[in-house]
Design a protein around this ligand. Structure first.
Ligand code: ATP
Ligand code: MN
Length: 462
């Protein structure tokens, strides 16, 4: 008999049918003449209650079905007479694939702290919380593709190993096959990377943007969705050393188009997650009370406010409250500033545009004022920055001047300048940190709880 997922089993039309499910035992309870097993298989937030009559041979196997064990059950689905679940399965046969020792199985019925669960990352997906988080993560990931595919964007694959070290987005991890105990040195005593695997120093990418630009400048509209790496030693609840980034890039587009795309994208994702992740969202809300399905449905209908960096600074200067970090034109907005703008001033998502050129990357398009660039950050309530983007500098002379001013070496970036030499055109894009999005939607406070195997300073256990 074909195995069914529990999410497909739990429906009226299966009542009276003989079915087969597999899963892990959550709880076992015995009463007069019966035993109940509650199993989950990860396909849904719901569990399936198995009812085992003491007259069936399966009853003899029960002593081996402890919490955590993996089993297969065959039986008839029926309406459950008791409260708590709509359906249950009257089991005729049980197969036990793998037992779990009750004394040593780390996931007991009592609630565990998220900190403890992080230490058993290989088992935490079996909990209600992490089941919900990872199913929501999947809904978001597939919705990302749905959004871009439906709008004619091509999913492109930019490299993970790169020689470009100049994006300035964060510290880089070096990729090397040199003998670390005895690396070749040059006359100056520095490590001689010309003898390394690639003939020069290589890194893990911090962003696929520069490569996405050349693909946009030939394929039109593209997006990346892949891992990126930053060796920044920031032990925060919002930073990982390995995270997934989504970077759309559009030819023949300006900052306005970019802002529109980011808003449509964010609202689309909020809507999809309320349509497909209702049970997961309801569970997380009941447990943690941070964000609800209604909140997300409202966000899906809310248009973003727009405000320039200069206006934002005025708002912050006029604020009654005092900030830890000083507010002045030219300084980057800190989280506390971003949150003041979203939570107190706008009371919703907003896009801040036209930042001073000094605090933004060299490739952002210089505005006519010569002081600001066509940059945009999308800020959302409680979280702050979730998307950063810009119109790219398409004018060769301006870009060369900016690279000179900011000390970006040209040698490695001739190909990037070529895009401005041959058929240059306005183009724009943005980057969204996927885990920040999952964090936002799930309401998880720590980014390490929205990715199966978090990488952070001194954290690589799984
Ligand atoms: P932050 O100021 O929060 O460190 P950033 O300015 O370094 O962010 P960008 O370089 O613009 O961020 O990267 C694009 C997006 O990637 C950010 O908007 C954010 O959503 C996400 N992001 C950046 N760094 C990290 C990180 N270390 N871990 C997870 N997501 C990140
Ligand atoms: Mn950063």
């Amino acid at each position: 008999m074909e195995r069914l997922l529990i999410k497909d089993v739990l429906s009226e039309e299966n009542i009276g049918k003989s079915l087969n499910v597999c899963g892990w035992v959550r709880t076992k309870r015995e009463s007069k003449g019966f035993a109940f097993l509650v199993v989950s298989d990860g396909s849904t937030q719901d569990t399936l209650q198995l009812l085992i009559n003491n007259e069936t041979p399966a009853f003899q196997e029960l002593y081996r079905c402890n919490t955590g064990s993996a089993i297969q059950a065959t039986g008839l689905l029926r309406e459950s007479p008791a409260k708590g679940q709509k359906f249950e399965m009257e089991v005729s046969e049980i197969i036990i694939f793998g037992e779990a020792e009750p004394e040593t199985y780390p996931l007991q019925k009592k609630g565990h702290t998220l900190e403890f669960l992080r230490e058993i990352s290989h088992l935490r997906p079996r909990t209600n919380t992490f089941g919900a988080v990872f199913r929501l993560r999947n809904i978001l990931a597939s919705s990302v593709h749905e959004f871009f595919q439906s709008r004619g964007f091509l999913w492109i694959h930019t490299p993970i190993i790169t020689a470009s070290d100049c994006e300035g987005a964060g510290d880089l991890f070096t990729v090397t096959s040199l003998d670390l105990h005895n690396p070749p040195k040059n006359d100056g005593g520095d490590i001689d990377f010309s003898q390394d695997f690639f003939g020069r120093r290589a890194y893990l990418t911090v962003s696929g943007q520069l490569e996405a630009e050349f693909l946009a400048m030939s394929l039109g509209k593209v997006y990346t969705f892949g891992p990126t790496f930053r060796a920044e030693n920031s032990n925060t609840t919002r930073h990982l050393s390995e995270f997934w980034m989504i970077e759309p890039e559009m030819a023949f587009a300006d900052l306005r188009d970019d802002m529109k795309l980011s808003e449509d994208f964010f609202r689309f994702l909020c809507r999809k997650v309320t349509e497909k992740g209702e049970k997961e969202l309801a569970f997380l809300e009941s447990q943690y009370k941070r964000i609800s399905c209604e909140d997300l449905a409202r966000l899906a209908e809310t248009s973003f406010a727009h405000i320039s960096y200069t206006e934002a600074i005025k708002e912050l200067k006029a604020a009654k409250e005092s900030f830890e970090f000083p507010v002045s034109w030219g300084a980057d907005l800190q989280s506390e500033h971003e949150r003041y703008l979203t939570d107190k001033v706008i009371k919703g998502p907003l896009i801040v545009t036209d930042y001073p050129k000094e605090i933004k990357a060299f490739y952002m398009r210089l505005n006519p004022d010569g002081e600001t660039v066509a940059a945009m950050d999308v800020l959302v309530p409680k979280v702050g920055e979730i998307i950063g983007g810009s119109q790219r500098e398409e004018r060769l002379d301006v870009l060369e001047k900016r690279m000179k001013q900011t000390g970006i070496p040209r040698e490695n970036l001739q190909w990037y300048l070529d895009l401005r030499r041959f058929g240059s055109a306005p183009h724009a894009g943005f980057g969204l940190g996927f885990e920040r999005l999952v964090q936002y939607v799930t309401g998880m406070l720590n980014i390490r709880d929205v990715i199966p195997c978090p990488r952070a300073p001194r954290t690589i256990g799984f």
